[in-house]
Design a protein around this ligand. Structure first.
Ligand SMILES: [Zn+2]
Length: 362
């Protein structure tokens, strides 16, 4: 028995460095744009796994779970990259060291001169890297959960670049659940999926292809929520069970719906409004429900399989019509009807009926 256990332990010890080193030995090749166009491989699944780089005050368990979450979700959506996911903790010096690490890499690859990079990323505004450290430190100081994570471009260097404040839930802080953080990572990663299908570097053309804010954010949020539900039901994500509230897809969508109903007037702003619009929150919550409705009437993988692969060729509206069989104008009317269903007001019965359009993988 003991010998068996010992040999089992040895096997585990022997196996893990090999599989680990095979991932590390993967040669990351940045896909630099040529003549204002990212290369074809930009839109194809990447051979290397996403790279997660954390500050020294972030635990190894957090790093491993970010890697696992990205790995599992990219099996569903495709593995796009090269991808760098930089994670800040709350310690100032550890934060500075991470920025130095980042800037050294940029200089080594001839992306950016070290001093310019440091100046920009240590600045206390404009989405600099060090700002993400401050967001986490501030949340802890005030004992109020809060965080930020973002796809911060990187196309000119042929990469997807992300920065995140401390994933509070994975560090078991302030009552946030680890599962909530997994969902956030998936939301951010979906932006990489979207952006991987756009090769032009022309700023205006990129913006047009991405479509309205509700579509960009609603797609990222809905896909993150529903895929979290799918992966959890298949036991492919770490179970943290550590927050004040357990993350649950249907509950979370119900909460969104309650907020959406209160801001129904924002539907009229869906086609054109920007991120700075007062309806911004609606675009995330209402956007998630709009995408839920679109996918209910097509298929759960319509965005991945149909919409994004034809986006650059057909344009946003063209790909929308091609995928969903109706114009966006027609859809806005349908979505308005959906929110006004039944008596036209908010009620438990109407909300339960709305929940029926969501997939249930349990
Ligand atoms: Zn987003």
């Amino acid at each position: 028995m003991c010998r068996f256990l010992l040999s089992l332990i040895l096997i585990i010890i022997i196996i893990s460095p090999i599989s680990f080193s095979s991932e590390i030995s993967c040669k990351i090749i940045p896909l630099y744009p040529v003549d204002d166009m990212l290369p074809e491989n930009w839109s194809k699944p990447n051979l290397c796994p996403p790279e997660v780089i954390v500050a020294s005050d972030i635990s190894i368990n957090t790093k491993l779970d970010i890697e696992n979450t990205l790995k599992e979700v990219s099996k569903e959506w495709g593995n796009y990259g090269p991808l760098e996911y930089w994670v800040m903790g709350t310690d100032k010096n550890a934060g500075k060291a991470l920025v130095e690490n980042y800037c050294k890499r940029r200089e080594k690859r001839s992306d950016w001169e070290y001093n310019h990079c440091m100046q920009r990323e240590m600045k206390s505004q404009g989405h600099s890297m060090i700002e993400y450290q401050k967001i986490g430190a501030e949340a802890l100081k005030r004992k109020q959960p809060g965080g930020g994570a973002g796809h911060n471009g990187g196309f000119q260097w042929g990469i997807h670049r992300f920065t995140s404040s401390i994933p509070l839930g994975m560090e078991s802080l302030l009552g946030v659940s680890g599962e909530e953080e997994q969902k956030t990572i998936m939301h951010e990663y979906f932006h990489a999926v979207q952006l991987s299908q756009i090769r032009t570097m022309d700023h205006n053309r990129r913006d047009k292809l991405l479509g309205p804010v509700w579509f960009q954010e609603g797609a990222a949020e809905y896909m993150a929520q529903s895929t979290h539900h799918l992966l959890s039901s298949q036991n492919r994500l770490k179970k943290w069970n550590n927050g004040k509230h357990t993350f649950d897809f249907h509950n979370s969508m119900l909460n969104k719906l309650e907020r959406v109903i209160k801001k129904k007037k924002c539907v009229d702003k869906m086609p054109n409004a920007s991120y700075s619009d007062p309806c911004r929150d609606f675009f995330y919550d209402g956007g998630s429900w709009a995408i839920a409705l679109l996918l209910h009437n097509s298929s759960q993988d319509a965005l991945i399989k149909d919409f994004y692969p034809t986006l650059e060729e057909l344009g946003w509206e063209g790909s929308f019509v091609n995928t969903f069989g109706k114009s966006s104008k027609e859809f806005y009317l349908e979505f308005k009807d959906f929110l006004n269903q039944g008596s036209g007001g908010f009620s438990n019965m109407n909300n339960k009926k709305s929940l029926e359009i969501l997939p249930n993988y349990n």
